[in-house]
Write a protein that binds this ligand. Sequence first.
Ligand code: GLU
Length: 386
Amino acid sequence: MGSDSNNKGGLIDNGRSHLSSGRRWVIKIGSALLTDDGTRLNAEGIQGWVAQIVALRSQGVQPILVSSGAIAAGMTRLGWASRPKAEHELQVAAAVGQMGLSQTWQSAFAEHGIETAQVLLTHADLSNRQRYLNARSALNSMMGLGVIPVVNENDCVVTDEIRFGDNDTLGALVVNLVEADALILLTDQDGLYTADPRKHPDAVLVDQRKASDPALDAMAGESKGRLGRGGMFTKLRAARLAARSGARTVIAGGRIERVVERLHQGDPLGTLLLPDEERTVARKRWLAGHLQMKGKLTLDAGAVRALRQSGSSLLPVGVCSVDGTFKRGEMVVCVDSQGREVARGLVNYSSEEVVKVLGLPSQQMASVLGFTGEPELVHRDNMVMV
Ligand code: GLU
């Protein structure tokens, strides 16, 4: 096992055991695994991962799957031996392959009585704040209903300039989106090695490091998979992105027996990449520092108490007045009747909509607004207390 010169700090010490207590995991499976190295869609493999994910779920973890393999599966269905270069051909391969991919996941989970949902995202969905919140609330609702989201990039409508590029990055962004505790990158190698093991037989597997460790860059190199877009380089970058919201990443061999379940038990498989700070700290820093304040909500005393003492979300019933013009997803400050700042957070409704529902119980919002949205004006998860 690789030496761990970076073994300092609390996070490193409890790195593996901490995985066992994670409640939400994003599991990304790469094209080489899903298509049996590009020969065909690996239905038996998929059944095996599904059984592991089902077992994980029975341990109380909410799994989200990020599944690559659409383009590779499409290539085999279309009888194309090598990955096409032309954008329109890639789009066709993705669209053809995505059908079989979804179907295979769907029927494998159905054997266990579990519903799946196909979620195809593009960069625009996560960079636009409203769509970001929409995607977030859709994923949260699916998980709340026990449905397992199966996410991929919407390869049919993206071009090179506007794509995530690889599903490692997409997985990390989904981690940030739903505030997952862990990103599990399953691949055809056992983890990150100190050098490319195909060229350096003496390379050893890295056990655990901080994702930010600069020494990792040279180890990840520029290696690329043959079928998908990712490689160790994109996996390391994804781990760093996931670390920004305090999540741990494991890069592990997807063919290792019961790899997902064993990682959950704390077995030292693959390479664990740790964040510099815990999830809540990372999230609060992001909320506190990064966004421009667009409006102000003045709360009554009951709402201030509920926020401070019960850790509740902000409901319209507790809001007395609104200032400023804002859209769904923008940052607002919440103040008490004396104008003292209580909290700040991302608002679920525009200022025009908030004006209409001020002081109302959440159940009346739908009839006033003409649509059913979230019952909270600002959800607790999107709020920091000041
Ligand atoms: N979205 C691509 C596909 O499903 C895979 C991207 C990747 O390989 O990371 O084919």
